[in-house]
Design a protein around this ligand. Structure first.
Ligand SMILES: [Zn+2]
Length: 482
């Protein structure tokens, strides 16, 4: 906030000096700050210097008082904070190739885990680049990666992409209530080795020292991890000021398994063993009861919900989810798109639409989740869920210049009376025109500035074909191919 005061002192009314030179001004039509008052500007602009937001205000005012080295001017554009993807795997499996008909636990064992196991270090580098590029193209500036392999290659790829991220190494001890049957030998280890791998992961990310990449303590969950590992990981994240990330309460089958094994539902079991704290990010959480909501609220834990993934895997989230209750309880919640084959997209605009609409139908209540709450989840609440809200998630002086300019010159954005309604109900990420992270332009008029899209696509296609052959999946269409 001090930067804003300084700039006003230097250039405000009564100041003798002329306009202040800054790196960039992004000027638009509507601007959503997502600051604590949720102020919006009609004809807004953001002044940026050194990658940091200096001031947010009316375009005419800022354009008078600042001389930008680069002016990004979109008089009809809608400017928002960069979108947050709270759950996106970089361990990917060929998009569109997952056999139909599997629910969570079957899909994991038959397709997803074997795909992960087949990825080499070079594959991970390419997938991380490709995934980051796709996210940036659709307006995501920060994401949480819930456990990758070949972390060194991933860190290099993310650093080159320019995106902001949290990540850690894929970890499990295969000693959870779902048993080890059908789990691959890939990365098999006991709890002690797993905890060592997690601590090493935190250290590796910190040593890498990239200002946009933070560490996370990432275990798989979904019944594959012991109590010792859960508890140890939660403690490690809390003590290190990191984020404990795991999949939890992801299906009714998982709930039944934990009830049979522990006598408690998954969230209550986390509470019972002391593995739930304010540094915990629980992914999915599609099968909850009211007591689960209380455990999450009281512990200060955070959540990512992944609506496309929940629908595709038939998790029953409209019946067994508690999204309105979690929001009412003030739980910081992010939206996510999960793995490559369970959302088949990385568009947080689509996630916003589902997050706003599904609970309304489920409850027959058109106010169950509001459009404003959906935008909060995609921005400031998502950043809070990831413990990144001091840096990003809103457009405020002193925060990193992570923002999106939407191009509104198309049918889905027009007429434009209330940009929140258009953003949640009407548009997709295809209307994202320009994306800045830390003041760097990573998408310029729908063109990625740091990668060759065509080359990346070709590399990913080749990796996918090899992996599918290795795991024995032939994704043929159901209809005759002539
Ligand atoms: Zn996941």
């Amino acid at each position: 906030m001090a930067d804003a005061v300084d700039s006003r002192d230097r250039a405000g009314p009564g100041a003798t000096a002329g306009p202040v030179t800054v790196d960039t001004v992004v000027a638009g039509g509507w601007l959503l700050t997502m600051n604590p008052q949720r102020e919006m500007y009609r004809s807004g602009a953001v002044a940026i210097d050194g990658g940091v937001i200096v001031e947010v205000g009316h375009r005419a005012d800022l354009l008078t008082r600042y001389t930008p080295r680069r002016l990004i001017d979109a008089p009809d554009g809608v400017i928002t904070p960069g979108l947050v993807n709270g759950h996106r795997h970089l361990l990917c499996c060929a998009k569109g190739a997952m056999p139909e008909g599997g629910q969570t636990l079957d899909a994991l064992r038959q397709f997803i885990y074997p795909s992960f196991a087949a990825l080499t270090e070079q594959d991970m580098y390419v997938h991380a680049q490709h995934s980051a590029a796709e996210m940036i193209r659709f307006g995501t500036t920060l994401f949480e990666e819930p456990g990758c392999n070949h972390l060194d290659a991933v860190l290099e790829a993310l650093a080159s992409s320019g995106i902001r991220a949290r990540t850690g190494p894929w970890t499990w001890d295969q000693a959870g209530p779902a048993g080890a049957t059908d789990l691959p030998d890939w990365l098999r280890m006991d709890a002690k080795a797993a905890l060592r791998r997690l601590a090493d992961g935190v250290e590796q990310v910190r040593k890498f020292g990239h200002p946009r990449i933070r560490d996370a303590v990432t275990i798989e969950g979904v019944g594959t991890c012991s109590d010792e590992l859960n508890r140890g990981a939660a403690e490690l994240a809390r003590d290190a000021g990191s984020l404990f990330v795991l999949h939890k309460s992801t299906s009714e089958r998982e709930v039944e398994l934990e009830l049979a094994t522990f006598g408690h539902r998954p969230v209550e079991h986390m509470h019972e063993i002391g593995a739930l704290n304010e540094r915990t990010l629980l992914n999915h959480m599609t099968s909850l009861d009211d007591r689960d909501v209380g455990f999450v609220r009281d512990s200060g834990a955070r959540i990512s919900q992944n609506p496309s993934s929940a629908l595709k895997l038939a998790k029953g989230t409209t019946q067994t989810g508690k999204w309105p209750e979690l929001l009412a309880a003030g739980v910081p919640m992010a939206l996510g798109t999960d793995a490559e084959n369970v959302s088949n997209h990385q568009d947080i605009c689509r996630a916003m639409q589902l997050a706003a609409l599904l609970p309304r139908d489920a409850r027959r209540d058109p106010r169950a989740v509001t459009a404003e709450q959906a935008v909060e989840m995609a921005t400031i609440s998502g950043a809070t869920a990831l413990w990144m809200h001091d840096e990003t998630g809103s457009l405020e002086p002193g925060k990193q210049a992570d923002l999106v300019v939407f191009d509104t010159a198309d049918f889905d954005w027009r007429p434009l009376h209330n940009p929140v309604a258009n953003l949640v109900y009407g548009v997709t990420g295809h209307s994202v025109d320009t994306v800045l992270v830390g003041g760097d332009v990573l998408l310029d008029h729908k063109k990625l500035t740091r990668v060759d899209e065509g080359e990346l696509r070709e590399q990913v296609e080749q990796i996918n074909r090899r992996v599918l052959a290795e795991i024995g999946i032939n994704p043929e269409p159901q209809w005759p191919v002539l």
